[in-house]
Design a protein around this ligand. Structure first.
Ligand code: G1P
Length: 299
């Protein structure tokens, strides 16, 4: 009997075609994925997270007015030669790093008809292999990686692997929510049901799907068979629920690190403050100022 050789996900897809209305007017001409967190755009943190997990092939699903996202990852010989001539080797290394992280590929989602619809554009790029989806406005703590464990688990099961955080009951209507059963392994659960953005009071649990997925290629066929759902959009959650109903194993890892959510102004500000405080160069001075500032607000 021939044994199945497990296939590991080696490509990532980042859906990033959205209009980002929550950040208007800042995002009228600048993609929200390029808003800076200290001195790196959000999207770079996401590509770095993929690269740390060994994923160096990244497909960006972009849309109208968002091509500058791709420029960020291009080599910039003129800028590099100027920095070299000035002897600014620290900045030179930072600039070069952006083009060394990954091979970036792009395709365009003509109309933003939902996350499932965005992911469907990746079919010809990823082919028949499993792949990772990283949503373009959230990323995880560098010291507590999530993707490697997800990729390993997907290679083992051949199914879908999700990541969850526990959220307060009154926030369930902002996320995909799962019903789960134990696997016997701490923080690894078997998913028994999935629902996109249920009304408060009607959710099966408080385990929310975060923006990291490892999916088998069968998702493309499931998306084709998925009708518009929450918000009138083709939802990835609904396509995954269809595969679950048809027998695909779906597991989840409960993430215990910090998830930085830059998709809304409050989370974006919190992310900047937290990461600025952690910086060796800026952290001490910024934290000291922040303490004084907060104390003065209370007075
Ligand atoms: C998307 C998904 C949702 C998931 C969330 C995580 O929603 O549809 O299932 O819980 O990302 O951030 P969005 O935030 O794009 O509305």
């Amino acid at each position: 009997m021939s044994e199945r050789t497990p296939q590991r996900a080696v490509k990532a897809v980042i859906p990033a075609a959205g209009l980002a209305t929550r950040f208007l007017p800042a995002t009228k001409a600048v993609p929200k994925e390029l808003l800076p967190v200290v001195d790196r755009p959000v999207l770079q943190y996401i590509v770095e997270e993929a690269a740390r997990a060994g994923i160096h092939d990244v497909l960006l699903i972009t849309g109208r007015g968002k091509t500058s996202m791709v420029d960020h990852f291009d080599p910039h010989p003129y800028l590099e030669s100027r920095l070299e001539a000035k002897g600014d080797l620290t900045r030179l290394a930072a600039v070069r790093r952006t083009s060394d992280l990954a091979e970036i590929y792009t395709c365009r989602q003509g109309e933003p008809l939902g996350l499932g619809h965005a992911v469907s554009y990746a079919e010809s790029h990823v082919g028949s292999s499993p792949f990772v989806v990283l949503l373009g406005d959230e990323f995880t703590e560098e010291d507590k990686p999530l993707l490697p464990q997800m990729i390993d688990l997907q290679a083992e099961t051949g199914g879908i692997v999700l990541a969850f955080i526990e959220i307060p009951d009154d926030q369930v209507d902002r996320y995909g929510i799962a019903s789960v059963s134990d696997t016997g392994t701490p923080d690894v659960v078997q998913v028994t049901g999935l629902v996109e953005k249920p009304p408060v009071g009607e959710a099966p649990s408080n385990l929310a799907v975060v923006g990291r997925y490892v999916l088998p290629a069968g998702i493309f066929d499931a998306i084709r068979r998925t009708k518009p759902g929450s918000g009138g959009e083709i939802q990835l959650t609904d396509a995954m629920a269809l595969m679950l109903a048809e027998g695909t194993p779906v597991h989840g890892i409960v993430y215990r690190g910090v998830r930085y959510d830059t998709g809304m102004p409050l989370g974006y500000l919190q992310t900047i403050v937290e990461l600025a405080c952690q910086r060796d160069d800026l952290g001490p001075a910024f934290s000291a100022w922040l303490k004084d500032f907060v104390a003065a607000q209370k007075a």
